[in-house]
Structure formats: structure tokens, C-alpha cells
Ligand binder design. Structure first.
Ligand code: ZN
Length: 131
């Protein structure tokens, strides 16, 4: 009876200690009263190495995924900018470049026909001189 009582009071005492241990190691769930105790424990905690590896792998994966998503959005944005630029160039081509080429063609044709006329005039003059 006495032993049981002692055991019970010990359990109560132990519980009160457990209650006070509010600094818990996230790798093995051991509790510490003070942050210094937890940080000392963490340096040699057996759970830490494997968990740290997993943690690093997860973090790397997260960073890669974020980078992938960022790059994807960047590419989409760049494509949209390029599309706008292409449309703008198409419009410029239709409004300025093509009419310019047409005008140049027309004026060249006019000049060529003027030259042809000049040449035939000269040819006629030469013929008249020869005869
Ligand atoms: Zn631990």
C-alpha cells in the first residue's frame, strides 16, 4: 500500500516535471525545461541526421518546385510580351513597310518607264543622225 502510494506520488511528481518540459526536440520528442538543454541535446540527437537529410531533401524539392513555377510564369509573361511585340511589328509592316515598298515599286516603275522613253528618244536621235 505504502509502496503504491509512493509510486503514485512519484508518478505525480514525474508528471509535473514532464509538464514543465516545454522545449521538445522535434526529431525524437524528448522534452527539456530550458532552451539551452534542448539545444545541447539537439547537437547529439540520433534522430537529427536522418531527419535533417529528409528536411534538406524536402527543402531542395520545395525550392526546385518554386523555381520551376517561377520560371514557368516568367516564360508565360515573356511569351505574352513577345506576342504583343509581334502583333505590333505586324501592324507596322502592314501600315508602314508594305505601303512603302509598294510606293517604291510604283516610283521605280515610273522612273524605269521614263528612262525607257529617254532611251528610245536617244535611239531615234542616233538613227536620225546616221541617216
Ligand atoms: Zn532529439
Amino acid at each position: 500500500m505504502i509502496k503504491n502510494d509512493n509510486n503514485l506520488s512519484f508518478k505525480k511528481y514525474n508528471n509535473s516535471i514532464i509538464m514543465e518540459k516545454k522545449y521538445i526536440c522535434e526529431w525524437c520528442n524528448k522534452g527539456y525545461k530550458h532552451p539551452s538543454g534542448l539545444s545541447r541535446h539537439k547537437k547529439k540527437c540520433k534522430g537529427s541526421k536522418e531527419d535533417l537529410k529528409d528536411y534538406i531533401n524536402i527543402e531542395i524539392k520545395k525550392i526546385c518546385e518554386e523555381e520551376f513555377i517561377r520560371k514557368t510564369f516568367e516564360t508565360i509573361r515573356e511569351n505574352e510580351i513577345l506576342k504583343i511585340e509581334i502583333d505590333r511589328m505586324k501592324e507596322y509592316n502592314e501600315d508602314v513597310v508594305l505601303p512603302g515598298i509598294e510606293a517604291f515599286k510604283r516610283s521605280s516603275a515610273d522612273k524605269i518607264s521614263e528612262l525607257m522613253e529617254e532611251i528610245s528618244r536617244l535611239k531615234a536621235k542616233i538613227k536620225a543622225y546616221e541617216t
